[in-house]
Design a binder for this molecule. Sequence first.
Ligand SMILES: NC(=O)c1ccc[n+]([C@@H]2O[C@H](COP(=O)([O-])OP(=O)(O)OC[C@H]3O[C@@H](n4cnc5c(N)ncnc54)[C@H](OP(=O)(O)O)[C@@H]3O)[C@@H](O)[C@H]2O)c1
Length: 318
Amino acid sequence: MSGNKSALVTGATGLLGRQILRAFERSNFTAKGTGLSRADGHSILKLDLGNNAEIQRVIDDVKPQVVVHSAANRFPDKVDKDPEGTRALNVLATRSLAKLCAGRDILLIYISTDYVFSGKPREAPYESDAATGPTNLYGQTKLDGEHAVLEEYDAAGKQGLGLVLRVPVLYGSAEMPSESAVNVLMDVVWKAQEDGAKINMDHWALRYPTNTEDIGRVCHDIAVHYLGRDDRKSLPKILQFSSEDRYTKYEICQVFSEIMGLNIDRIEPNTEGNDPNASVQRPYDCHLSTKTLKSLGIDVSTQDFIGWWRREVRAFRK
Ligand SMILES: NC(=O)c1ccc[n+]([C@@H]2O[C@H](COP(=O)([O-])OP(=O)(O)OC[C@H]3O[C@@H](n4cnc5c(N)ncnc54)[C@H](OP(=O)(O)O)[C@@H]3O)[C@@H](O)[C@H]2O)c1
């Protein structure tokens, strides 16, 4: 069904975009990725999403049937330090891209986050139509990006071609552990081996680490599903994907310590939750329901978190 189709992935030099690009490359799509500082200009095109003319040029050169928009400023602390730059990328550039794609009948999958929800105790799991309520500016800009996509496709009368896919915290193959809020805990476990180390680790917020390769596959499956349907207008516009593996960050450190045979006595579990004076408030539990994806017949199974890490550590040791 996907033969001769073309896909464009923004943020393809990033943790998630890389795997989304691979998923399309592995199937019958001709796939192109874009990046900014890490783009080499050949396998990955350099595209500054702050520049409308550049976006238009790339879209008109690549002529994709589907664009997966993964580029964003997604570090909540960095977002707080650069609200204007973040709005420019997460909201304004998203709107420009959506307008261009809607005008050309291109399917757009906008990658969003579980942080659009407040994550208050006893609210999760959240269905895709549940009330949103971000607790920090990052979540707010991603929610505004969602609205921008849906509004532009509505305005163009192209409902069903502009989609939102919400995902939770990511892990997977990374250039550096610091690319992922989960992978980086491997470094923390190593640091805990140093004499005199004393590390405070959150043991309050519940997280559902989801593998980037699984999300890549789901993006591909969504594209094939929506491109193959004539009745798209009646299909859901907001989709959610998540693993069911649930951990606090401290519990992830425990998993890593077990896999690597390292002691984590120097890591202190912290159950206090948010510091009410901190500028970035993190949600407690934003578990995303995958019911809508399941209703479309899209496979929502995921790799097993512990199994993936066991394989990764074994491969690294070889
Ligand atoms: N990471 C998570 O745990 C997580 C959780 C939930 C949702 N998400 C969402 O998933 C998506 C991907 O996240 P990620 O972790 O893969 O992000 P990432 O690793 O930080 O990658 C960000 C990407 O955006 C590109 N980019 C940054 N500024 C740009 C600009 N002005 N113009 C064009 N491209 C620009 C970067 O290019 P260069 O690096 O080449 O400059 C990079 O490819 C985001 O939409 C994020 O909100 C992430």
